[in-house]
Unconditional design. Sequence first.
Length: 429
Amino acid sequence: MLRTEHVMARLYRGRLFPHRLDPKDKKVLEAAAAAISAYEEHVGGVRSELVSALSELEETAGPKLDARRGFRIVRAFGKLLEERAQWSAPAEVDAYLLRTRIYELASALPEMPAAEAGLLELPTRADVLLQAAREAGLPDGETAAGLMFSDRQSAQVLSEFARLTPEGLVERYNVAQVQGVLYAARELAVDLDAEADSRLVFHYVKRMGLIHAIEPRYGGFGGYRLTLDGPLSLFGPTRKYGLRLAKFLPGLMLTGPWKLRATVDWKGRDALLELDSEGFDARSHYLGPKTDEEQEAVRESFVRAWERARETGGWTLSGSQRILNFPEHGAALVPDFTLTHENGTEAHLEILGFWSERSLVERIALVRAAVERGERVLVAASENAGASKGALAEAVRGGVVPFKGRLPAKTVLQALESPAEGRTDGGSA
């Protein structure tokens, strides 16, 4: 992911075009290869040396890419490569305790330690460092001096670096520029064709906890329209939500065909971003969901809580693969779990991530529609993931299950025992 200062785009007649590099351009590939080499050559070295090498690369390779913005491109390369780096402290010594001890020893002297003993043979700088080194189990005073500030970021050692090809880095850059534009989105609409793996896309929507609405097209047989609230739609510029929305894009790229349309506030001006799976010639770096361990933290903790529960009232819990279509409402709901009673009764549970007052009202309508056709749907919402506790309190009267932090198994069991549209009191973490 890129920071805001790395993101570049061109606004033309109301449409926004994120900056894109040609993955076949020789100069672009040379600059990408040089950035990758800088990281590879500094494995085992300190961060400050790598930062200096990258700064030099900005001055040499940047102008060859773009006379005005080339340094920003190289800087963005460095940011993307940083995500593939592992850093460690240069030593196991606690630098804070070491330098504190050195300062204590120096301040206990009648005057500041000098470089040499002089005629009075007063303790010197070397004596102070040697005493601190012995107490810390270090070989000599100069080693202690070198480790005094080893907890600072500039002194970190590059211990590992996961290499990728120059072509791969350019591809990541192009995707990251689009992701950066999505930081400023108000709303996204994604049209998924019937051939697209809708459930896979919904998996990433749920995993990122995005506020969403799903509209089946032709009863679900013609695909779905997915509407996502952007970070500017409700909360103002919320970085946490914006990052989650941006991380959704590589998940969408795992399937196709699809078309994306986003309204964006770009530097104070309204703009439109349009993408489609055929024209966006980049591959996702996501591998796709492989195990249940990839679930979002709240869902994962709920599964653990259910497994620890001593009594589940005859209900068993399993991950859901269903998409519940409500054509009469022009909507669909994607449950996270299916609960099956030993008597054969089924219920579906959706755990919301971020939510808005509008999304709660829509969920209540779908819960009631499910009851009308003989199905049981529970919707759980965290008090910590929405803008209005008053809206959540009102939604509880409509059947939404509230919780704090983590969703306890007993809260869901109480909801299952309550009438379909009755009020359910939530538990706490």
